[in-house]
Design a protein around this ligand. Structure first.
Ligand code: NAD
Length: 267
C-alpha cells in the first residue's frame, strides 16, 4: 500500500530507541524526512545510523537528529524552531516520551509527579501549541500521541502512567474537535506490553520488588495477552504510519490500542 508519506516532514519525539525509533524507521523507509529527538547526542547519532541502515524507498529524504529533553519547554521550542528552520513545515508529529517509574502510590514522590506531568502530559500540550499554527497554515497536519493501554485499563504499580496519560487523551480529543476544520487529524495510540528497553526495565523492577524471577514475571504478562506474546515495536509503528498517511483521511479523535488483545473492556 502506498501510504503517500514521501517527502512529508515527520517529527518523532523520544526516538533514539524503542517505539519512537520503530516509528522513525517506518517514516524514513516510506520516504519521509524524519526529525528524531532524545536527550543524548551520542544515542541520536547511533539511532540515525541504525535508521539509515534499515533503508529508504527514496534517495532524497534525510534524518535530522536534534537533542531535546522534553521535560523542558525551552527545549521543545528549540526543537520546533530547528525543524522549521530546516524544512519550513511540520506535517506529522508523533508525540512520545520516556515512561514514568513504576511503584505503588505511597512510594511516588512529589518530584516523580512533577517529572511525569512535565514529560508525559505537558510536553504534549506545549508542543501542540507550538506546531499547530504551522499545520493550520499548511491546511494539513497529523498528530499521533503514543500513550499506553493504561488509558483503557489502569496498570498495577503504574499510577503515573494511569493518571497523566488520560490527560493526553482528553487534550488530543479536544484538539481533534477544534482543529478538524484545518485538516489537522489527531489520534492516540496505546501500546500494550511491547518488547523494548522500557519493558525490560518494568520486568526487572518487578523481579526486584517481588519473589518472582524474570521468566515468571514475563509469563505473568503474556498470560494476560490473548495472542500469547509481547508486541514488537514495528507492530505499533505500523498503526502510527497508517494514521499519519493519506489513507487515514477520515480518522480523527480515536484512541486505539495495539496490544494483542490485552485490554479486557469491549470498547
Ligand atoms: P524506551 O525506554 O525503549 O524508549 C524511550 C525513549 O524515550 C528513548 O529514546 C529515550 O531516550 C527517550 N526519552 C526518555 N526520557 C526523555 C526525555 N526526558 N526527553 C526526551 N526523550 C526522552 O521506551 P518505549 O518502550 O519505546 O516506550 C515509549 C513510550 O511508550 C513510554 O512512554 C512508555 O511508557 C510507553 N509504553 C511502552 C510500552 C511497552 O511495553 N514498551 C507499553 C505501554 C506504553
Amino acid at each position: 500500500m502506498n501510504l503517500g508519506l514521501k517527502d512529508k516532514v515527520a517529527l518523532v519525539l523520544a526516538a533514539s530507541k524503542g517505539l519512537g525509533m520503530a516509528c522513525a524507521k517506518g517514516f524514513y523507509r516510506e520516504g519521509a524526512n524524519v526529525i528524531i529527538c532524545s536527550r543524548s547526542q551520542e544515542n541520536l547519532i547511533q539511532a540515525k545510523k541504525l535508521i539509515e541502515k534499515h533503508g529508504s524507498s527514496s534517495d532524497s529524504n534525510i534524518i535530522l537528529p536534534i537533542v531535546a529533553d522534553l521535560r523542558f519547554e525551552d527545549q521543545i521550542l528549540d526543537l520546533v524552531g530547528k525543524t522549521i528552520q530546516q524544512f519550513g513545515r511540520i506535517d506529522i508529529l508523533v508525540h512520545n516520551a520516556g515512561g514514568p517509574p513504576s511503584a505503588p502510590i505511597e512510594k511516588i514522590s512529589k518530584q516523580d509527579w512533577n517529572n511525569s506531568i512535565d514529560l508525559n502530559l505537558l510536553s504534549f500540550i506545549r508542543i501542540a501549541y507550538n506546531i499547530i499554527p504551522f499545520m493550520q497554515k499548511q491546511k494539513f497536519g497529523r498528530i499521533i500521541a503514543i500513550t499506553s493501554v493504561s488509558v483503557k485499563q489502569p496498570l498495577d504499580n503504574l499510577v503515573l502512567s494511569n493518571t497523566t496519560r488520560l490527560g493526553v487523551v482528553g487534550f488530543a480529543k479536544t484538539l481533534a474537535n477544534e482543529y478538524a476544520k484545518d485538516n489537522i487529524l489527531v489520534n492516540v495510540v496505546c501500546p500494550g506490553p511491547t518488547l523494548t528497553d522500557r519493558m525490560k526495565e518494568l520486568i526487572a523492577s518487578t523481579v526486584h520488588a517481588t519473589d518472582k524471577n524474570e521468566e515468571e514475571v514475563l509469563r505473568n504478562w503474556t498470560e494476560q495477552i490473548p495472542l500469547g506474546r509481547l508486541g514488537k515495536p514495528e507492530e505499533l509503528a505500523n498503526l502510527v504510519l497508517f494514521l499519519a498517511s493519506e489513507k487515514a483521511s477520515y480518522i480523527t479523535g480515536t484512541t486505539i490500542q495495539v496490544d494483542g488483545g490485552f485490554v479486557k473492556a469491549p470498547l
